[in-house]
Design a protein around this ligand. Structure first.
Ligand code: GDP
Length: 357
């Protein structure tokens, strides 16, 4: 009897009755929820330049939770009037060319001019090959510690279209937070360069000098997109080769039609490691911005990019809703069998599936 009494006494002190536990949980959840800032708090925090609000808002953009996405969209809408006031620079190049070393050097140069730099990345492979770009903490060590720099790895876990959209939205938030220079990095593979090219004002291609074969094995499309080619690692024994490469690229660039912005692409050499050639590169970008703003082609390019993303977003959404439609999925399986065994042509089968949405 005494033992029983003790147990029930202990129960009373150690374990709360169910009703109270639920109440406590409800309160805990409520405080946790209230810890998530309101839309107003987010917008005020971002516009005042608070990095933690900026980071958390980007996390909302990247979330797959529909509530988060809704909130992110409202924050974006409210931040739009504060955005657009920046130079957006795209940087591409094969792994090992020196992108992160270069971005660190350029970023430090820009912040020394009392400007604020945000570095974002587009790497559709980052979900497969974890952290292949910007994910590695050892990259850009100095810039990471720089209070006027904000570095965000590539959003992961979705298609290039999804990653690109999230990065574009992050650019708006970074601009609203007062970052006047936005650098978007991408690896020189697949379609990611096109995506980056369509969201930046100035597109820079990093290259290495080879032994006279600079123009071989380089995708023509990338050269066409570039506003500047920078031959990196122009130091030590490599300096002479870098100069040869510069002449070769300069000659090649003249064979391309002039750009709509009226800009004649330039070739420069640099050593990101030795911090050489960075100032002329930044001066060139400033020159580009001043020239194209003067002619109105800067804004025209941005307007054209907005049109590109409108069409691109519709394409993406149509594709997603088409392939997730159950009628389409069923018919598609049947038509695949038919085209495989030769009882239908791909064209006729497609014509049967397309009207199903
Ligand atoms: P990423 O893969 O394009 O980001 O290239 P990294 O910036 O990680 O650089 C790859 C390697 O090249 C590293 O060992 C760097 O130290 C080296 N590197 C980068 N820039 C230069 C440079 O200007 N000169 C020399 N000699 N090495 C460099």
């Amino acid at each position: 009897m005494t033992e029983k009494k003790n147990i029930s006494k202990n129960k009373k002190t150690d374990v709360l009755p169910l009703k109270n536990t639920n109440k406590l949980w409800a309160e805990k959840i409520k405080t946790q929820r209230s810890k998530q800032p309101s839309i107003n708090q987010f917008v005020e925090g971002i516009v005042s330049g608070d990095i933690s609000f900026l980071s958390r808002a980007i996390t909302l953009i990247e979330s797959t939770n529909s509530e988060h996405q809704k909130k992110a969209n409202e924050i974006l809408e409210r931040c739009l009037p504060y955005a657009n006031n920046s130079i957006r620079i795209g940087i591409t190049g094969v792994p090992g060319v020196g992108k992160s070393t270069f971005i660190e050097a350029l970023g430090n140069h820009i912040t020394a001019l009392e400007k604020k730099v945000a570095v974002l990345a587009i790497d559709p492979s980052s979900s497969v090959n974890k952290g292949s770009i910007l994910g590695d903490k050892t990259r850009m060590e100095q810039l990471v510690a720089n209070p006027n720099a904000f570095i965000r790895p590539s959003p992961s876990g979705c298609s290039l279209g999804g990653v690109a959209q999230k990065t574009r939205e992050s650019i708006i938030l970074c601009e609203a937070a007062g970052f006047d220079t936005i650098i978007v990095e991408t690896v020189g593979v697949g379609q990611s360069e096109t995506a980056v090219h369509e969201m930046v004002d100035f597109f820079l291609l990093l290259k290495l000098a080879g032994a006279g074969d600079e123009l071989q094995g380089i995708k023509r499309g990338i050269i066409e997109m570039a506003d500047a080619i920078v031959i990196n690692k122009a130091d030590g024994d490599n300096e002479k080769n870098a100069k040869i490469a510069k002449t070769a690229f300069n000659r090649a660039l003249h064979l391309y039609p002039p750009k709509e912005t009226g800009w004649q692409p330039k070739v420069l050499t640099a050593s990101a490691l030795k911090n050489k050639g960075i100032n002329p590169i930044y001066k060139m970008i400033e020159q580009y911005v001043s020239d194209t703003k003067h002619t109105g082609l800067f804004q025209k390019k941005r307007a054209k990019q907005n049109k590109y993303w409108l069409i691109e977003t519709i394409n993406q959404e149509l594709k997603t809703s088409f392939f997730s439609n159950s009628k389409v999925q069923k018919q598609l399986q049947e038509e695949i069998k038919k085209v495989e065994n030769g009882t239908s042509t791909p064209f006729n089968s497609a014509k049967k599936i397309l009207p199903l949405l």
